[in-house]
Every structure is written in C-alpha cells, then in structure tokens.
Design a protein around this ligand. Sequence first.
Ligand SMILES: O=C(O)CCC(=O)C(=O)O
Ligand SMILES: [Fe+2]
Length: 294
Amino acid sequence: MSAAAVFEMGINTNAEIDDMPLDTRFELGSEITPIQAAFLERHGYLIFGNVASTDEVARINAEVNRIESEWIEEDRTIVNGVPIFQGLGLENKPMMQRIPFSSCYSDYIKNFIRGERFEPVRRLIGENVRIGDSEKDGCVVNTYVNVPGSVYPKLGWHTDGLRDLFYFRMPKQMLNVGLHLTDCPASNGGLRLLPGTHHQGFFKMCFHKLYFIDHKPDPNEVTVETRAGDLTIHDGRLWHRVQQSPHTGAASVRRSMYVPYLTDDFEPKHESSKTPFYHHLGALARKLKLWRHR
Ligand SMILES: O=C(O)CCC(=O)C(=O)O
Ligand SMILES: [Fe+2]
C-alpha cells in the first residue's frame, strides 16, 4: 500500500471513531481490527461482548468458589507474599474478595486463559508476551459485595501504573485484560473509566485524583456495563475506579478476573516472596475496617 493510501485509511478510521459511542461493545474476532486498535489508541480501552459462554463463566466461577472454600478451610491469608483480601460476605460468612494467583490453583482457569480466542489480545500486547500465572499478583479474581463486613465494596480512582510512579518513571503502555464473571448493569455500580487519560503526562498521572481515596463520579467518566462473559482491555495509565453497588447482599455481587500479560523479565514468585509495601498498607486498612465492623 502506498504511503498516501495508508494516510487516507488513517483519516477514515479516525472519522469512524468520532461517531462511535464511548460504550461501544466490539466483537472479538481472530484479529484486532484497525477500528478497534484506533479506538484503543484514542480512548484507552476496548469492551468486547460475549467472549466467554455462559457455561464457561459458570465453570470459572465454580473453580473460584472452590479455591475460596479451600483457602478458608486452610486459614490461608497470603499467597506468594500477596495478601488475600478477606472480609465477611453474605450471611456474615468469611469471604475472599481478592484472590491472587488463581490460575496456579485451577487447571481449568490456566487452560482457559490460554485459549485460541485470546491470541489476538495477546498479540495486541506484543509479540513476546506471556501469561504470568506466578508473577506479580498472578491472575487476580475480585469479588465486590456491599454488606457490612465487606472489605471490598468498591475501589477508588487509580491508574494501574502507580508502582512505576514511585520510581519516578512514566509507565510504559501496559494493557489490563479483564474477564467479567457476573452481569453488571450501570445500576449495580461497576467499572468506570476516564477516556483518553492514558495520554496524560507524568504529573497528571500522579495527581489528577487522590489515589484510592477519591470515589467521586467524574462528569467525563464512562460507565462500563458488562454481562458475564464480556472482556475489557484498558491501558494501565488510564484513570479508573469501581463504583459501589447501591444494592446490598447477593444483588450487589460483582466479580472480575484480570489476566496478567507480561513482557518484562520472568520473575516468578514463591511462598517466601516478600510482600510489596503497598500491600502492607492495604492489609492494614482492611484490618481496621473489619475491626470497626466487629
Ligand atoms: O474490578 C475491576 O474491573 C477493576 C479492578 C481494578 O481496577 C484493579 O484491580 O486494579
Ligand atoms: Fe485498576
């Protein structure tokens, strides 16, 4: 293709994106289309509908529930140096609200996230990309619920590049891939994104909002409505949050699973891995919350 033709294609793609709603649900095919790539570049995220079937979602949820019961039984509080968020869920029963390294404890999840349908997502991230089952926090499952003993009913504004900011470096593009395991209409809270903020500079990425403390809706935020089985991709530099459900009990439950696609050096964790200091802070905050509840 000539340079002029490529240039023209770019102009047409941009014009098409101007007309697309911010909550467009795309279809995940065998490749990421130029429109999808351009939408991601412009806004910093993509929403794909119906990536996992109802049966697959049910199976993953069953696996997560099994891991949760086993860990409750074992009184496990930490995996590879990463604390599990432990709260009290429905009927005031112990609940694991953030399960790290899930794919190390479930062959089904481990194989599922390596399925052919995710190849275009993996290739979008880069050629030399691997799934880090035992790196960073592994494949994390978040379960939000709004009950008095919950330590995780919502998540304040943040970017996922905070760790880099501590080292005074601008995070490189990192794409976070989330599989949604429950239906979540806007009326049940859920994921909120601030489009285009992945293009902001270092200063705004540090100070645009108060990390994790600020929960206030932003007039420019986009509400991501998901059905169980949808997949989202968001740029790690984008500001986002999880809005608390206005419902309580079972109606407020929302579950998401984030698959770690990594490109940096292989750094597996193990039982004696040190707890990163920000996890110490979080663990303290959750303890205080539960203590106040008791
Ligand atoms: O639950 C979600 O969809 C978002 C979770 C999130 O932003 C995070 O864990 O950093
Ligand atoms: Fe996040």
